[in-house]
Design a protein around this ligand. Structure first.
Ligand SMILES: *Cc1c(COP(=O)(O)O)cnc(C)c1O
Length: 427
């Protein structure tokens, strides 16, 4: 494959953009080599600036569950744009999108629209603190909630000690308000709550983690966290920015049957535009300004283009068979990869719920971040580049989910499995 134009553009980009990108993982540090520059996308496919085509399993890191440039979404955004791009005055589309979210996500009675998953997570945690009058937040090692200061934190030296920042620029005092624990470890959670329970505002968790690869909750784990947070009067906050509308139409909370106290949404809910949301019971949301004292605002929040894209996406996703088509495509692709790996005789572990999945180059189950990091990342990097050359775009890191869209049909599935067979045979 020729990558001349991509290489030229990356060289130029690096002169004016940090690392040539606007979000770190795009720079391919996780797999080596240079990123491809995309020209356009249509359905399941993207075309790069050298004219190479790829079946896309990144889909803008999750949002495009209908595929690229889905006609009804394009049309809705164009109509909205012609009517004016932003007002900072209420529009009916905000109500319609909020109503749709409330209808689909079991635990949400009222919602606030914002611009990014990071902003939603940051605001949800402020609300949890304001609602409970407590400062401490518990998070899970390897779960990602955007780049807000207080959550870029590693475990301290012991389980019940306070966290330390993972990035310069974060005051130790922020990190000290965050406690971390491993996923799927209920005993660790019990220990933390026994030590700090009265001061914990919330436990924030990806119920179906997708930012350390995709990891499944063991039976009883989420139920245990639900009971524990209730016992101590702490809020259970589900970050469903990735799993929302992907694990199931109602998110991981619908799939696993657990009611969180607050939910963070992003990605699919914006249909490829910058839009995210957080929601909870009316009682909890009542504490947010302008009704309550917890402040949060945004010039572009509930933006007409973004609400149009989000609403068109959720409405299309509700049509019979659309959600299931994306999930089924991913199941078939995963099966193809597993068969090729088996033939070659090297171990993999796969996890999938709905239309998010991961193939770990790892022997045996992956239950938490520590186990995920034991995966063979060098082998994954080789696989990634072989797939890219074979016309399949996977996430440029072992620790990301693969997504499919309803536009991934038999042709794309066949193309992907064929590329995987060749890639794995050559490993
Ligand atoms: C992507 C993601 C975020 C951050 O969303 P941005 O829109 O990138 O700020 C937060 N939480 C989870 C679970 C995510 O997958």
């Amino acid at each position: 494959m020729d990558h001349t134009q991509s290489s030229r553009m990356f060289t130029e980009a690096r002169e004016v953009l940090v690392g040539g990108v606007n979000s770190p993982v795009r720079a391919f540090k996780g797999v080596g080599g240079d990123p491809v520059f995309v020209r356009s996308g249509s359905g399941a496919w993207i075309t790069d600036v050298d004219g190479n085509r790829y079946v896309d399993y990144v889909l803008s890191w999750g949002p495009l569950i209908l595929g690229h440039a889905y006609p009804a979404v394009v049309e809705a955004v164009c109509v909205a744009m012609r009517a004016g791009s932003s007002f900072g005055i209420p529009t009916e589309a905000e109500t319609l999108l909020a109503r749709k979210i409330i209808q689909l996500v079991p635990s949400i009675e009222k919602v606030r629209l914002v611009n990014s998953g990071t902003e939603a997570a940051m605001s949800a945690i402020r609300l949890a603190r304001g609602f409970t009058g407590r400062d401490l937040v518990v998070k899970i090692e390897g779960c990602y909630h955007g780049h807000m200061d207080g959550l870029l934190v590693n475990a301290g030296s012991g389980l019940t000690t306070l966290g330390t920042p993972t990035s310069p620029g974060i005051p130790a005092g922020y990190a000290a308000c965050t406690l971390t624990m491993p996923y799927n470890d209920l005993a660790a959670a019990e220990e933390i709550f026994a030590a700090h329970g009265e001061n914990i505002a919330c436990l924030v968790i990806e119920p179906l983690p997708g930012n350390m690869g995709v990891i499944l909750p063991e039976p009883g784990y989420l139920e245990g966290l639900r009971a524990l947070t209730s016992k101590y009067g702490a809020m259970l906050v589900f970050d469903e920015v990735m799993s929302g509308f992907r694990a199931a139409l109602g998110g991981a909370q619908a799939h696993f049957g657990i009611q969180p106290d607050m939910t963070i949404l992003g990605k699919v809910v914006g249909g490829g535009m910058p839009l995210a949301a957080y929601g909870a019971s009316a009682e909890v949301m009542h504490h947010l300004s302008p009704e309550g004292p917890v402040y949060q605002a945004g010039t572009l929040s509930g933006n007409p283009l973004a609400t149009a894209a989000g609403l068109a996406t959720l409405e299309a996703l509700e049509q019979p068979g659309v959600f299931e088509r994306a999930a089924e495509a991913l199941r078939q692709v995963s099966k193809g990869i597993a068969a090729a790996a088996r033939e070659k005789g090297f171990p993999i572990y796969q996890a999938q719920v709905g239309s998010m999945a991961c193939t770990f180059f790892h022997e045996g189950p992956v239950r938490n971040y520590a186990e995920a990091t034991q995966s063979d990342t060098a082998r994954y990097a080789k696989f990634f580049h072989a797939m890219l050359e074979g016309g399949v775009y996977l996430a440029p890191s072992q620790f990301e989910a693969a997504f499919a869209s309803s536009a991934h049909g038999p042709e794309e599935i066949g193309h992907t499995i064929e590329a995987a067979r060749k890639a794995i045979a050559a490993l």
